[in-house]
Structure formats: C-alpha cells, structure tokens
Ligand binder design. Structure first.
Ligand SMILES: [Zn+2]
Length: 110
C-alpha cells in the first residue's frame, strides 16, 4: 500500500471552504486544510455535514516561518501544531486521518 504521505511525493496542502454561508458545520465553516497528492481527487462534500465544499487555490510558494519548505516532510506533531490535518489513502477514494483535527475518515466522490 502506498502511504498518502509518502515522503518521496510532493504533497501540496489544499484548502477547502464551504460553498454556502447558511449551510455548514463548525468543521467546514472556517475552511480546512488537507494534504493531497496532485493525482488525488478533489473533495466535494464535507464529511461532517455533507454540504458542498470548494477547493481554494493557494499561492504555490507560500513562505511560512513555522512549517519550513513545502518539500520537507512535516512531522505529525508539527502538523497538529500548525493546525493542519493529514490524511493517508486507505482505499479508492477513502482517506484515514493520521494527524490534526477533523473527521477520522474522508471519502472522495471519484
Ligand atoms: Zn461541514
């Protein structure tokens, strides 16, 4: 099994936000970050409340003083400290949380 956070892969962090202001839960209302491979499917629904979410495009070269280079491997401790959520792929379109806040599993619609 290939781990979702295989350190040989570049793992961009995607931010998702809720599409609808009046339909959200506390998890998706403020947006959340997910580390995904470029080849992984885009998430479409919040796994807590089931409403639509959208991927937010971030600048590709974000300078952060706390997380270091995007090419370096974040430890799970740092991921939690920096409020990221990390998932690993456990099956087709299924992800299991390894660090951070958020639902324990994610399902992609593809
Ligand atoms: Zn939600």
């Amino acid at each position: 099994m290939v781990l979702f956070y295989n350190q040989n892969d570049l793992m961009p962090i995607y931010t998702y936000e809720n599409k609808h202001d009046d339909m959200h839960c506390t998890y998706c209302s403020g947006g959340f970050d997910v580390m995904q491979k470029l080849s992984d499917p885009v998430l479409e629904l919040c796994t807590y409340c089931g409403c639509e979410i959208k991927k937010v495009i971030k600048a590709p070269h974000v300078k952060t003083g706390t997380t270091g280079s995007p090419h370096s491997t974040l430890s799970e401790k740092n991921i939690e400290k920096n409020d990221f959520t990390q998932y690993r792929k456990v099956g087709k379109g299924q992800y299991e949380k390894t660090a951070g806040k958020g639902p324990n599993t994610l399902k992609a619609n593809h």
